[in-house]
Design a protein around this ligand. Structure first.
Ligand SMILES: NC(=O)c1ccc[n+]([C@@H]2O[C@H](COP(=O)([O-])OP(=O)(O)OC[C@H]3O[C@@H](n4cnc5c(N)ncnc54)[C@H](OP(=O)(O)O)[C@@H]3O)[C@@H](O)[C@H]2O)c1
Length: 245
């Protein structure tokens, strides 16, 4: 891997390259094809590659919590994040792995899946839902996960993020999907986008990495890494002062 912007460097230190600038920070991590598709045949796997997976792992190691929409959790078969030896130094003073937080209204989640049955007590899965979610499902979820209610009919993502912060989970890594991303951007909650551009054209009807409500978030290109034709772009929301907060 090499850094090609803002200066050239071989084998950059990835944890340093993606260090969170603040304790309260929301980073989106997404991979897209060169023509902007957020999935191939319904999954992100067809867009990813060796280096993308490496960065994906480093970003999880740096995060306090991994946030994802329920459709992503369902289609990508989410499991608890497993501690890695390489995370030990990154997570000093924190639990060995971050919990997964799932945004859902319907609570149509497999509560018998590993995401709920295999999560360690220090990284219990978090379900972020609404007052209007089916009450019985909420009770069932509460037996297997920490439940946050953040909104009446829909999850208010600003409330959700502040509830995570209140639990000491301020460095948020959102792994999509596009419908959750669009709402985060519209609410002004996206501090950073870590975008992998995959060297692939795919066409078809896949969403872009933001799907839904329109928004306008000017970004500054802070860094570009490259490996095997994949570009790893780190964009920071403009007017973010990295030194404060
Ligand atoms: N390219 C990438 O890097 C990448 C990353 C992630 C995912 N993906 C792909 O993206 C697709 C899934 O993304 P998606 O955009 O369709 O869905 P998504 O954002 O992952 O999840 C949407 C679901 O989240 C819940 N949700 C979202 N906003 C909510 C709100 N305000 N209040 C309550 N619940 C809310 C709802 O769950 P309920 O239906 O349970 O109520 C909704 O159906 C998959 O194909 C996945 O492979 C790609």
């Amino acid at each position: 891997m090499r850094r090609i912007h803002p200066y050239a460097e071989d084998e950059p230190d990835l944890p340093a390259a993606y260090a969170y600038p603040r304790d309260h920070w929301l980073r989106l991590n997404m991979v897209a094809s060169a023509d902007g598709a957020a999935w191939v045949e319904g999954h992100s796997e067809g867009l990813s590659g060796r280096a993308d997976k490496r960065i994906f792992g480093v970003l999880r190691g740096l995060a306090d919590v991994v946030l994802a929409g329920a459709a992503t959790v369902r289609t990508e078969g989410y499991r608890p994040a497993r501690p890695r030896e390489s995370w030990r130094a990154l997570r000093e003073g924190r639990p060995p792995a971050p919990p997964i937080a799932v945004v859902t209204r319907r609570l149509d989640l497999d509560l018998d899946s590993e995401l709920f049955t295999e999560a360690e007590p220090y990284a219990r899965t978090i379900v972020i839902t609404t007052e209007s979610a089916p009450k019985d499902r909420r009770e069932e979820a509460a037996a297997r996960a920490d439940v946050i209610v953040a909104g009446e009919e829909a999850v208010d993502l600003a409330v959700a993020v502040s509830e995570l912060r209140a639990r000491g989970l301020g460095r948020v890594l959102c792994e999509g999907g596009p419908r959750v991303n669009a709402q985060l951007a519209a609410a002004g909650l996206v501090d950073e986008l870590a975008l992998t551009v995959s060297p692939l054209l795919t066409g078809g009807g896949a969403a872009r990495i933001l799907d839904g409500v329109a928004s306008h978030t000017p970004l500054t290109l802070a860094q570009v890494l490259e490996e095997d034709g994949f570009l790893f772009c780190r964009y920071i929301r403009e007017a973010q002062d990295e030194a404060s907060g």
